[in-house]
Design a protein around this ligand. Structure first.
Ligand code: GLN
Length: 501
């Protein structure tokens, strides 16, 4: 019998259409896999077997009745716990929201339901999406299916690990500084941060509103394209939502697989290499460039001198916005309440108990950066750097259609290795953060395992704002060339987890 958990979402959709499998069978196969491996991986904070199977049954009945169904109908999906979901708990990885059940659905949750995709459950994440390893989750870390002693990336480590562990074929992520792309890179999966405003954030718990973007997580570029089209589109409930058509991601991916890349200029960002980048990561990156050249692309070098200051600017802008966004967790409106003699003391005690160290660190930093005497020196300067980074991108996109770099400087590190060193943790994001500061789209796809440790490396593709489809074309072309070189698709080479008996 076919193990359906190994199929791509596109294959599952086709097989259901052809009558080879039902959504109930597919959904049950994934629930069984979760039951077998998630005690080790801990990708999920909440599993909704009943809800997922109910949706699956409805889809099967509708299909049997000859109803016209959306492309991904019946394909199960995992949802990052940052999205509010009616009837399912939502914690954003924080103890302060433990037990909270939102009274409404996020727009993306609603779209998934309208696409008739069974929701398997909610995935683990760093608390309020602050982190690069899921070790800052209030509910314990997720482990990387490639090596259970290593981090799955963050903040969306649960979504990425669920894909690499074959617990789900698709997942939702959020990317404020790399939380979709970095976990994708270290788990050998695909992750896309759309153009800022391309996907509604209504009902996504806000980290830093000028940077946050929801996006698709998948095992193939084509699957990410299908999910991107489900998620995207204008939403009057989100004031930053773009009023323009959803990009044609699926068509672009098809074009990438079928046509060569003649006339496409690929810009290698000079500043995102060298010191701090692992040898095997750079080697796989160079090999991918050769494959793109062999398909007809022209590769040029571009320079973005202000990227040197991107990390510093991000770690002022993000905490500033986060300190304001997190003020609403005040013991009155949601979740935890630690009762004390006065309102102030109740708020103080609730926040002291409910928030973890990293969240407190960033609230303090952000409040300081925004305080009257320091606003210009810190927040104001960071905003100026942000403008310089946007100018660097604009100049680079004059010379190239897409820009590329390794997604992360290293393969996944060991759990605990960087937990006590916030700066070392922040350095994971050097290559992903500039895209958020500029609002442009970015994709990470697997580029093979590093020779020195056998762990996944990621290839990042960045496109100008609104040109999301371009990344799918280049990404699909590279994915195909890599599969030919490696003798099969890269996620499929993840080591088998030992299934608990
Ligand atoms: N790792 C980055 C941070 O800690 C990115 C977070 C994110 O994208 N949500 O801020």
């Amino acid at each position: 019998m076919t193990d359906w958990t190994r199929a791509s979402a596109a294959q599952m959709a086709a097989a259901m259409k052809a009558g080879e499998v039902t959504s109930v069978e597919l959904t049950q196969a994934h629930l069984d896999r979760i039951a077998a491996v998630d005690a080790d991986v801990h990708a999920f904070l909440h599993v909704d077997a009943e809800g997922a199977l109910a949706t699956a049954r409805e889809v099967d009945e509708a299909r049997a009745a000859g109803e016209e169904l959306p492309a991904l109908a019946g394909v199960p999906i995992a949802v990052k716990d940052i999205l509010v979901t009616q009837g399912m708990p939502t914690t954003a990885g924080s103890r302060i929201l433990e037990g909270w059940e939102p009274p409404y659905d996020a727009t993306v949750t609603r779209k998934i339901r309208e696409a008739r995709m069974p929701i398997l459950g909610k995935t683990n994440m760093d608390e309020f999406a602050m982190g690069s390893s899921t070790e800052h989750s209030g509910y314990g870390p997720t482990r990387n299916p490639w090596d259970l002693d290593r981090i799955p990336g963050g903040s969306g480590g649960g979504s990425a690990a669920s894909l690499a562990a074959w617990e789900a074929p698709l997942a939702i992520g959020s990317d404020t500084g790399g939380s979709i792309r970095q976990p994708a890179s270290v788990t050998g999966t695909v992750g896309v941060k759309p153009t800022y405003g391309g996907v509604s954030r209504y009902g996504a718990i806000a980290l830093a509103s000028s940077l946050d973007q929801l996006g698709p997580c998948a095992r193939t570029v084509e699957d990410a394209a299908y999910l991107h089209e489900v998620m995207g589109g204008h939403d009057p409930m989100d004031a930053t939502s773009l009023d323009e058509p959803v990009p044609s991601c699926v068509d672009a991916a098809r074009q990438g697989r079928e046509e060569d890349l003649a006339g496409v200029r690929i810009g290698v960002i000079k500043e995102l290499s060298g010191e701090g980048y692992q040898a095997g990561v750079e080697q796989r990156f160079e090999e991918s460039l050769e494959l793109l050249k062999a398909r007809g692309a022209e590769v040029v070098e571009v320079s973005c001198p202000s990227f040197e200051y991107a990390l510093a600017a991000y770690y002022l802008i993000l905490p500033s916005e986060a300190s304001s966004n997190l003020a609403k967790f005040d013991s009155v409106r949601f979740g935890l309440r630690v009762e004390k003699a006065t309102v102030e003391k109740t708020m103080g005690a609730t926040r002291a108990e409910g928030f973890g160290d990293e969240v407190k660190r960033r609230i303090i930093l952000g409040t300081y950066a925004l305080s009257a005497g320091y606003y210009d020196a810190y927040y104001g300067s960071a905003q100026k750097v942000r403008t310089l980074i946007q100018r660097d991108f604009a100049a680079a996109f004059e010379q190239a259609d897409v820009l590329v770099s390794p997604t992360t400087p290293t393969t996944p590190f060991k759990l605990g290795e960087r937990l006590d060193d916030p700066l070392a943790m922040y350095l994971n994001d050097v290559a992903t953060i500039p895209a958020n500061l500029a609002g442009i789209p970015g994709m990470s796809l697997p580029s093979g395992t590093a020779p020195e440790d056998g762990l996944p490396t990621g290839f990042q593709i960045l496109a100008p704002a609104h040109e999301d489809a371009r990344m799918y074309r280049i990404g699909a072309a590279l994915e195909k060339a890599l599969a030919e070189q490696w003798g099969g698709h890269l996620t499929a080479q993840a080591p088998e987890l030992e299934v608990a008996k």
